[in-house]
Design a protein around this ligand. Sequence first.
Ligand SMILES: [Zn+2]
Ligand SMILES: [Zn+2]
Length: 943
Amino acid sequence: MDLPQIEQKILKFWSKKRIFEKSLKQRKSAERFVFFEGPPFANGLPGLHHLEARAFKDIINRYQTMRGFLVERKAGWDTHGLPPELEAEKQLKIKTKKDIEKIGLAKFIEVCRKSVFIYKKEWEVFSERIAFWLDYKNAYITCANDYIESLWWILKQIWQKGLLYKDFKVVPYCPRCGTSLSSHEVAQGYETVKENSVYLKFPVKAEPNSYFLVWTTTPWTLPANTALAVGENINYVKVKAGEQKYILAKERLSVLDEPYEIEGEFLGGTLISREYDPLFEMKLDKPGYKIVAAEFVSVQDGTGIVHIAPAFGIEDMEVGKAHDLPILMTVDEEGKFKEEVAQWQGKYVKDADVEITADLKKRKLLYKEEMIEHEYPFCWRCGTALLYYAKNSWFIKMTAVREQLLANNENINWVPDYIKHGRFGEWLREVKDWNLSRERYWGTPLPVWECAKCGEIKVVGSVKELGKKLKDLHRPYIDKIFFDCPKCNGKMMRTPLVIDCWFDSGSMPFAQWHYPFENKERIDEGLAFPADFICEAIDQTRGWFYTLLAISTVLDKGPAFKNVVSLGHVLDNKGQKMSKSKGNIVQSSEIIDNFGVDVARWYFYTINQAGDPKRFDLKDVKDIYNRFFGTLYNTFVFYKTYVEKNFKPRKNFKPKNILDRWIFSLLNSVNLEITNRLENYDVVSAARTFENFIGELSNWYVRRSRRRFQKPESAAEKNEAAQTLYFVLLSCAKLAAPFIPFLTEEIYLGLKRVRMSESVHLCDYPEVDKKLISKTVEEKMVQAREIVALALAERAAAGIKVRQPLRELRIKNKELWDAKELIELIKDEINVKEIIFDETLKEAIKLDKKIYKDLKEEGVIRELVRQIQEMRRQAGLIRKDRIGLRLETKDKNFQKVFAKWEAFVFKETLSEKFNEQKTGKPDLEKDFAADEVKAKIGIKKIR
Ligand SMILES: [Zn+2]
Ligand SMILES: [Zn+2]
């Protein structure tokens, strides 16, 4: 079995016969099953996790196609945002926004545009190789003018609903990229870090040696401090420790690491408006450096007194606005201290933390330091630690549609289901307004124009509204469009921002069709919206899954998708994330080239539940290759060997033999089960059901039917078994075609007769024939196999080989005993002469393990037959070759036994008496030993 080689052959077949195109064409006027492709970035290479997601997408799309639906599969490319910008910076050997502005935006975005498709070819080749059928010819591209125009239309809808607004807010900000990020972007990049935290002494004004004790993890924000916050109803204490006095929450006394005496206890409310001396004296434009009350203050950690720097914390800003505090912007857009902080001017803030701490220590304003471990957000694209930073940004008011988001989520089927109200539901309940604007270059321009004089705003919702033709809607060209203000005589300029590229991908249901400028009916008549099915890895829960829902919800279009499969991440075999730096990345080519795509796909379908993380181990892949694929392939080879030649399938074949009736019943039960599972997007159970069936087919049906194929009593007997195996294998090929498209195609083509579809992927999915299902037959077979298992276990425990016949087995199950065909099967399988019904048994069975003389003889003879067969194989003989057989032994008794069994042995081994004078010496000689018997066997091919 060389699956990779078979796959190459099948790939050529598909491509030459255009099977994918035909599979769509033959469903042209069928009802649609809508699938959305989450667009990847083509400026990175596809990895193993892409294989995982694509395997899960493909199986459902193929299944629904075979079920009779038209499943259009428009490919898509994500093209905007930081990935191409970072690539362009690398190519141009520049680093900062200033550099970009120096070389000019026009040149910069040209390099971005070109970098977008660096690996497009690789992606297409990869998809084809893994049999992920996708329509690349009509792919949507997020940087195309038509796509951008649809995004503008959507943004204008949002504006008209009053949900698009500008605000001065503290937002997560990447100082390297020079832009703010949205909460779903921040959610992509949390990491656990160890950092120094500090306890600080803020001197109480006009009270020497008295301090407010304050805790912070960001010393760099201290120069921007303008207030301290307490909880109005929290209990505080003033303590005396040595010469110093400290004020802190009573419940946080444990932070003191020296003896103290409590001098007084009071509520936080009594501290309000008390003043303190700042750690760094700054010029304030209004009153500050005082105690204020804030609801978020807790006694969970720290001291119960919180340092407030309105410019650098979301809650700080809220407190600042509520109490009209001064806002100190001490840091520039590159994350460096401005001249106001002369001591560290030009220094990157995170690098200044240590020096700030040392300075405070020198001035005896540091109480103590403490290492802490906490979750901190990093830029999901460039890995820089994010800062919280006050900025003017444009937001979508997602908080206004929280209820609709939650209601729409109720109509989505999640796999696994716990994500619906867990990871995703929690996210929606806590939904934040969407920080949409980015201070970058290569992105969809925010279509907002603002009057420099009166602040009037115009949002453009189409290219037509620009009043001018633009070849390219990107910056810098769009920035040269101006409007006259309708309110005053001022000039309106575009706000020089681009938008979050997650808005691009979340809008794909509409923008991929250039809605509403074209293809209006596709959306409005439900032909291409909502999606019946989407599937990506779990990190998209708060990424693409969210933005799809967010945009369809603000547009009042309901949920964008009905069913979503969220996949577990692919980790290394120790459960670690795969990464370049750890050197533990497994390339998908390692699996594909050695084992084949089908094996990789089957690995993902069966290794664990779809939503669970996968600890990827090549050992598991090898095991699947040998076990499942070996079994399936060998069953097919068995068919090829014993049936295919001169065989004609009968249309109205009705199985009569118990094994035939059983396997047909099981096949249809399994067909029903797989169909039900797949209808519920439970790929894993469906695949496992099929895998079990192949085990039954090979280890029971084929094995128990072997004689009918190899030594049938009549041509009719063999034909019956052959009809069964043919139809079962054909059904298997169709049932498994969506999962393992290559091997099933190979099997199908090996079974195909004239007037059948030219590919298994052009067939309909098998319909269940309920008439063929007999639960009684299936149950009885289970009982029979339980008896077999018990008897074989007894044999094994007593050390009696199965080849040694035994006299009798008593069983207690009357119904089973009445099923004579099954009793014959059991007799054969466990090699007993008789099965007797015995209702007095305490156990289910009783096996007579005594080896009687005649049985012992027979056992030796069977062992002899086995060895002769083995010698025939060694001599390279085929089934039809006749041999001369010579048996030499001094054992008189065995000579007699052999004489008695001679005819049987000759028949079983296709041999006759050896005649040396006629044929010459044997081809092969071997010693034979069984029990006390010793002999020498010689064989010779005679014709
Ligand atoms: Zn960044
Ligand atoms: Zn104006």
